[in-house]
Design a protein around this ligand. Sequence first.
Ligand code: HEC
Length: 167
Amino acid sequence: MLKRILLIVFIILLAIQFIRPGKNIHPGSQPNDISTVYAVPASVDSILAKACKDCHSNNTRYPWYNNVQPVAWFLANHVTDGKRSFNLNEFATYTAARKYDKITEVKKQVDKGEMPLSSYTLIHTDARLTEAEKDTVFAWSESIRKQMEAQYPKDSLEKKPNTQPHT
Ligand code: HEC
């Protein structure tokens, strides 16, 4: 009985290896990148690149284990959800209210330890941000908030939960 179950599990595992999710790889210029609307200093960019952009940009650096199912599905889900919620490469297309919300969330999520996801930092140990790196991100987020507050009328930065789904 056990042998049979193991055999079935093995066959299923083998079969799913051939079902691969699409990859998030769109090289080339990113005309809607956040850097086209707000300054992203190199010190911030290097943190975003190593700790955030695998899930929040149009290009993911895939590890070798992405060739193993069902791991690839697990990773693809995070990338899809992460990008849908907050895409650094598409930031310029967001409304002012969404930009303001997301840049505020950058600080909140990192501060609470929600971002980067713990399943990610488990393996990508260099994405575990030091206090100094967190401070760099916080100061950047704050500077964009300040800039936006000067740039836009207050009510245009307010979230309108009924008209804009919080994705
Ligand atoms: C392994 C993938 C992954 C990594 C790495 C990652 N995130 Fe996320 N992030 C997600 C996912 C998935 C969501 C969507 C969560 C949800 O909808 O509940 C998300 C959501 C967010 C949001 C939107 C939150 C909201 O409520 O609007 C922000 C902002 C964010 N992440 C910032 C960051 C920052 C900053 C980093 C790097 C320091 C980072 N993330 C690293 C996967 C990731």
